[in-house]
Design a protein around this ligand. Structure first.
Ligand code: BTN
Length: 320
């Protein structure tokens, strides 16, 4: 109902009478008033003038489901949105919902996370109201062997969206960190729920530093605000990311990995760089020269040996 009332209030830039909303939505005037009070508590500024009606003056920049769905225009991604002010990790809630049968495209998002996690057991710092912390449930119709490519599909989707909304030169560090001017602005974590040979669902979690301040970030981190030198609406950024996910998932499921691979290569900050992989059995250093058709990174070591990497972290080495 919140969604319908907000959409009703947005129908025109002028006042809308309680009577009209009441008639459109089949809800009592007292019922509408209760919702208006709730909206105000959430940070909406709503004018109420007798005999004229209601008018929204301003909306809070919160990731409220009805705000994200407003003019979203996707068919599947973001049609169902679960919102929490505080959560341990949106990943846990998305996995729980995935097991319970939530529809593909369901998004779990939060204003803050108390146990946000990153790849390779790292922590994802999630200051309230500053970043986007979201997990998306996907049920891709692809064999288990191709599911790792989803990580790269997600990187392309997020990177393209950030380039468009924030008008910044975002690039991808293999496999799926999003860098701006060499610093990390967003990270993606993919978790799989599968049987022996069948994908049940995949949860793609993304953390985007939108209006995060330098003091709230690790030294190697940055935010869209720092790079674009302006505040951005988290709702608009998230909407663009969801649209981009829908576009790239359709391409991936319809045409396979090849078009994704081409776009990933265009957006890559890693190809052409000397990189280092730190592994339990030692370091591997080489020049990243291509993305293999299965999504692995191809390195050429100084001795000419070709190495294929499909997990871990590619540390970009400075050229001396
Ligand atoms: C990484 O770069 O290491 C991946 C970071 C992923 C962070 C996001 S924030 C939303 C979702 N919930 C989590 O706990 N992690 C992901």
């Amino acid at each position: 109902m919140q969604e319908q009332i907000i959409h009703s209030l947005r129908k025109s830039s002028d006042y809308i009478s309680g009577e009209e909303i009441s008639r459109d939505l089949n809800i009592s005037r007292a019922g509408i008033w209760k919702y208006i009070e709730d909206f105000r508590r959430q940070g909406y500024e709503i004018e109420a003038i007798s005999r004229r009606g209601y008018r929204i003056i301003s909306s809070p920049d919160k990731l409220l489901p009805w705000e994200i769905k407003f003019k979203l225009g996707t068919k599947e991604i973001g049609q169902e949105i679960v919102y929490k002010e505080t959560i341990s990790s949106t990943m846990d809630e998305a996995v729980r919902l995935g097991i319970a049968g939530a529809a593909a495209g369901t998004v779990v998002c939060a204003e803050t996370q108390t146990k946000g996690r990153g790849r390779l057991g790292r922590e994802w710092i999630s200051p309230p109201g500053k970043g986007i912390y979201a997990s998306l449930i996907l049920r891709p119709q692809v064999p288990l062997s191709e599911v790792a490519q989803l990580t790269l599909v997600s990187a392309v989707a997020v990177c393209e969206a950030l380039r468009n909304t924030a008008e910044i030169d975002a690039l991808i560090k293999w496999p799926n960190d999003i860098l701006i001017n060499g610093k990390k602005a967003a990270g993606i974590l993919t978790e799989l729920n599968a049987e022996m040979d069948r994908v049940r669902f995949v949860v793609v979690g993304f953390g985007i530093n939108v209006n995060t301040l330098a003091a709230q970030l690790p030294p190697e981190g940055t935010s869209l605000k720092i790079e674009a030198k302006k505040d951005l609406s988290r709702v608009l950024v998230l909407q663009d990311v969801l649209r981009s996910f829908e576009k790239w998932m359709n391409i991936f499921e319809g045409e396979g990995f090849s078009p994704v691979r081409s776009r990933w290569k265009e957006l890559s900050a890693t190809l052409g760089k000397k990189v280092k992989f730190v592994e339990p059995r030692g370091e591997v250093v080489g020049t990243a020269f291509d993305l293999a058709p299965d999504g692995s990174l191809l390195l050429k070591k100084d001795n000419g040996e070709i190495v294929k990497k499909n997990s871990g972290d590619a540390l970009h080495l400075a050229v001396k």
